[in-house]
Write a protein that binds this ligand. Sequence first.
Ligand code: AQP
Length: 331
Amino acid sequence: MTRIFSGIKPTGHLTLGNYLGALRRWVEVDQYQADALFSVVDLHALTMEHEPARVLRLSRQAATLMMAAGLDPEQCTVFVQSHVDEHARLSYLLECTATDGELRRMIQYKEKGARAQAAGASVRVSLLTYPVLMAADILAYGTDEVPVGDDQTQHVELTRDLAVRFNQRYGHTFTVPKATHPPVAARVMDLQDPTSKMGKSQESGAGIVYLLDDADVVRKKIMRAVTDSGREVEYDRESRPGIANLLDMLAACTSGNPNELAGAYDSYGALKKDTAEAVVELLKPVRERHAGLAADPGYVDDVLRKGAERARGLARPRVDAAYRAIGLLPA
Ligand code: AQP
């Protein structure tokens, strides 16, 4: 059976980008068609300045939202990365496989490093090595497919390179995984700056639809989305990024095609209104289920405990095999 692994970083409140780019497909397709593991990858939330209490709160919220979105613990394994030591154990071996040059080329390292420096903070070593930990997250489970938004393509490519290199040097140990992306809205853009990704740790709250935003807040944010001065509704990501982003969102919510939808509108206002309503409808059941689950943290903890037990059992033999293959004396 195909093995799938993917994760969400608790660096902020989950966004419509996380939902359309990743979570929705995990819920609707992946958990039923594969042996799927989904993780709150909390170690990755420590690579930039962070507040411990906030990371803790956001980790629980992310797990709760993943279940509220429809991940069913009977169908898939949901767990917290730091509960399974094998991720960090394997990460070190992969650091001994990766090179400084290939990590410095990572776009997220460049962007977030520049952001940290602009804010007067120093750049943590973990920001550089984070893609290696991500490779460990994936390779520890013999993962075949990694369903992600297209901002993660470069990291999955690095994972593939490290798996191939390790296998060539030390003998076949890891499955070489591939990234998969949703057909539309693989990159949802910020409503106030449609040339930047809608990211949960960005400053501009007005450009980001959070999964737990009230319906009226969602409507307001979408109605105020930045577009251009043209009038015709056309799907062109290069010259009309704001309109293309709305068309992508509407297409993702209604299982439509952004090009065809463009032909159905003669004003930006009407497009915004329909997009807002479609997003509100899409998120309504998630918010309702989240309220129920948040009232029962014991249930969420229990799911995470069982998930970590299963994940540990799957990862340990492969990570132990990697330790032996690379030349470390068995304990
Ligand atoms: N805007 C987006 N469009 C499509 N997919 C997206 N994803 C994130 N933002 C978008 C996908 O969501 C999954 C989980 O993301 P993550 O938590 O690993 O963090 P990220 O990709 O770095 O996204 P964020 O929200 O922008 O976090 P910060 O701001 O902390 O870096 C991934 O599959 C991702 O592709």
